[in-house]
Write a protein that binds this ligand. Sequence first.
Ligand SMILES: Cc1cc2nc3c(=O)[nH]c(=O)nc-3n(C[C@H](O)[C@H](O)[C@H](O)COP(=O)(O)OP(=O)(O)OC[C@H]3O[C@@H](n4cnc5c(N)ncnc54)[C@H](O)[C@@H]3O)c2cc1C
Length: 478
Amino acid sequence: METDLIIIGAGPVGLLSAYLARRCGFDVVIIDKCEGPLQVGRADALNARTLQLFQIVDLFDELYPQGKPCNTSSVWADGRFVSRQSEWWDKLEGCFHKHFLMLGQSFVEQILDRKLKELESPVRRETEVESLEMTDQGCRVVTSDGSVLTSKYVIGADGSRSWVRNHLNIPFSIVRPQIVWAVIDGVLDTDFPKVPEIIVFQNETSDVAWIPREGDIDRFYIRMDTHDFTYEQALERIQKAVQPHRLDFEKVVWFSQFSVKESVAAKYGVDNKVFLAGDACHIHSVNGGQGLNTGLADAFNLIWKLNMVEHHGADPELLDSYENERRPVALSVIDSSGELVRATKYSDQGTHATDYVKIVERRAGNITGMGIRYGGEGLEGSRLHDFEYQSEGRTTRAYSNLDYTKFTLFLFGEMDQEIEVPEFVRVVKVDPENAPLEYQGKAVLTRPDAYIQAVAPLQNTEELTKKLQPASSPFSFR
Ligand SMILES: Cc1cc2nc3c(=O)[nH]c(=O)nc-3n(C[C@H](O)[C@H](O)[C@H](O)COP(=O)(O)OP(=O)(O)OC[C@H]3O[C@@H](n4cnc5c(N)ncnc54)[C@H](O)[C@@H]3O)c2cc1C
């Protein structure tokens, strides 16, 4: 069977990659060895950048009401409230949802799994990859159900033990800082004054964190540093941290343990035919809630580039930028989550929890997702700020009016002459009074993943045309 794109692994990153690719008109085959999408556990938060990106591709409206907004981290010590912080969220500019959305990974997987069925590309379940070869034309994959599939591209979104990564001999050396966590999701019975915020407990150590979740569920992370412990022992640590309050679980939904491992793959792909995304190319501690969010951003970065190359004549070199842009982000995520997790235990001054929150503040760009940018300084390479403007007599938002299959050229003011653009660029005129100050009087060319490709003053047609036609981009303004 011939297809455009084979995706190995239907975790959140493989599912989103398939969904975006279908929206861009690709034929997709996605396989997974499991029988269905996740039902409980794993990632618990979508950051503000993921929420913005979900808005572009019609996932936001259904997911948002199911989660719980949370932008506050507080510190408690010996049963008393110490401090509460949310400035790094409040200070965010160009964004309407300045918080995490506390929502389990299973919700993301289930909606995407369903959407793929609606788009007539359901996940082929209980199917493993058996072989992968690269040919002159593309790739050839054999799966455990005996299918032989050929495609131009393959994405390995097959998680931290990636078969695809191993098969391609891509180095992935793992640092193991010997930190082991217990995690419990469940319905609480407590007299603790419960509020929807992340609480770090400063006791003898700061190794217990309380994370609010959707519905009536709450989560606790408990640092145990041994694999050999029981549920009762983990619960005892929580009970000690919340003293003098009382806490028990009325119902446990998920109890698990994991040890921290850190790595970034040496390469994100081979020959621009096979790519890695998500945990297949980066793993790290869960502190800061960056794993799922970083993987989803990989998918948003990669798929539009495949679309431009396959459907709009872009130079295949554009695909090199996937690794060039996303690998440094993964390295910065390792730094920030690594600093956080190492601060959970040790403190000379006995101020562990307060110090932890200070690191969160310093690393807020990663944690909110809003500090990620591609390339140097200035507007080019930065994320497009969201803003409201009037269109056809009604108020609309920049992000709800972006189209993932196209570039958007915002004109924030009047131009001396009309500009002709190729069919993959939408032109949106915005009254400059509605625009963020830094965009006024400019043309802002925005990539499908809502990062700014180029900016030029509207009145300088020569610079505008030059800026909008970089040799490596898919543009050919006439
Ligand atoms: C306890 C815990 C808490 C976490 N908390 C957070 C958090 O708060 N925020 C956050 O952002 N991240 C968090 N993470 C990380 C997050 O869960 C992962 O980053 C995310 O699942 C990565 O998604 P993925 O699609 O890349 O990989 P996975 O979710 O691992 O999916 C890989 C898929 O590939 C399939 N597969 C594997 N091998 C094959 C094969 N050979 N053939 C076919 N299919 C295959 C698997 O069945 C699986 O479905 C947490 C993780 C854990 C364990």
